[in-house]
Design a protein around this ligand. Structure first.
Ligand code: GLU
Length: 399
């Protein structure tokens, strides 16, 4: 029993029940070890290891020099909202500027989408493995997460039957995340369409987290459930952002596109919490649309590196006796199965860091025991060294 009396705590029920983000915690630990001079191989954070493209930084610096340092409209500067709407319109996704909100990160867009649709007691269906923050965000809104578990043998994909069975009269929202963090799984158009159909026929809202929409390999295509039908357009909340595509994680710039009603509620929630995103950062993001050729070239350059690293890490992992790794086709993660070693994923990762200085995130953080997540948004040399260390560690476990 705890020696602390919980009734005496200064903390609210929300604060007592919230867990820190495990991905950020692993990253912080790896960075602290590095700062202390340790030769850590960091596979923890989902963060591109490239600098933000120069033309984006220049646009931001120019805005700062021009005095763009005051409040903007809460949902974003008009030219940026218009540019985001135009980009979706070009995909055949009829979006008015008023349906776009620029938020302080894809994470904030997800949280605001949940706050705008989930009331206390509502259930939210979250396919597992899931990104670490979804369940916590649902709980902060007073909702109840309902997980559908999937494994590597089915490509970490939920079937329409599983979804149908998980829906109850209390279900309000389904969270979709393709390409997936942490597995890198990508749903096909038909698979996604089938899930959207089931959700819409049950009257659910869908949060489609598309933050990895441009990080695709093996010829996969970018899909947007909101364009599947008019019904979908009214019920799907599309979340994306600049962090992963243009290596802008620290800029905190997310996007959200939804029906006018939801977008306006999200803007109101934002106006009472964060207000607008940092003004000059928004002008940096605008450059992505003003200089599309440069933006595409920057993305293509990063993608070539990610793809090469993906294939090398995948091959290296599958060559380690006892490990088995699903071939991811999106984002920048691999999610190997470590069940044969008989350790919990938390213990595996703690020992891997302690004994071999390799930082990875335990599968349990993503609702999937028996796996670990490795981000390959890191240098090739780190991948080679990390693979050697991981192989040595696994060999020791099997000895
Ligand atoms: N989304 C990234 C990750 O999963 C960044 C950290 C976070 O916000 O969780 O590593």
């Amino acid at each position: 029993m705890s020696v602390f009396c919980t009734t005496q705590t200064a903390l609210s029920t929300w604060a007592q029940n919230i867990a820190p983000s495990p991905t950020l915690a692993v990253d912080a630990k790896a960075k602290a070890l590095k700062a202390a001079g340790k030769d850590v191989c960091g596979f923890g954070a989902g963060e591109p290891d490239f600098d933000t493209p120069a033309f984006i930084k220049e646009a931001c610096a120019q805005a700062l020099a021009n005095g763009q340092t005051k409040y903007t409209a809460t949902p974003g500067i008009p030219p940026l909202r218009a540019a985001i709407a135009a980009a979706y319109n070009a995909l055949g996704f009829a979006v008015a500027d008023s349906q776009v909100v620029v938020s302080s990160g894809g994470k904030m867009s997800c949280y605001l989408a949940i706050l705008a649709t989930v009331s206390p007691g509502d259930e939210v269906i979250i396919p597992a493995p899931y990104w670490v923050s979804y369940p916590e965000m649902v709980k902060l809104a007073g909702g109840q997460p309902h997980f559908i578990s999937t494994q590597d043998d089915v490509g970490f994909k939920v079937t329409p039957e599983q979804l149908r069975e998980a829906i109850t009269p209390k279900t309000r929202l389904l969270i979709l995340n393709s390409p997936s963090n942490p597995t890198g799984a990508v749903y096909s158009r038909a698979e996604l369409q089938a899930l959207v159909d089931v959700a819409l026929s049950a009257g659910l809202y869908i949060l489609s987290d598309e933050i990895y929409e441009r990080l695709l390999y093996d010829g996969q295509e970018s899909l947007h459930p909101a364009i599947f039908s008019t019904a979908a357009a009214g019920r799907v909340i599309t979340v994306s952002g600049f962090a992963k595509t243009y290596s802008m994680t620290g800029w905190r710039l997310g996007t959200l596109v939804a029906s006018r009603e939801i977008a306006s509620a999200v803007a109101d929630l934002q106006s009472q919490t964060t207000s607008n995103v940092t003004t000059f950062a928004q002008y940096g993001a605008l450059a992505v649309y003003q200089k599309p050729a440069e933006a595409e070239a920057a993305l293509a350059g990063m993608l070539a590196h990610f793809d090469r690293r993906r294939l090398r890490l995948l091959e290296g992992l599958n060559a380690i006796p006892g490990l088995r790794c699903f071939r991811s086709q999106g984002a920048f993660y691999l999610f190997p199965n470590i069940a044969s070693f008989g350790l919990s994923s938390a213990e595996f990762c703690a020992r891997l860091l302690e004994e071999e200085l390799v930082a990875a995130v335990p599968g349990s953080a993503f609702g999937a025991e028996g796996y670990l997540r490795l981000s390959y948004a890191t240098a090739d040399a780190t991948i080679e060294k990390g693979l050697e260390r991981l192989a040595r560690f696994c060999q020791k476990l099997r000895a």
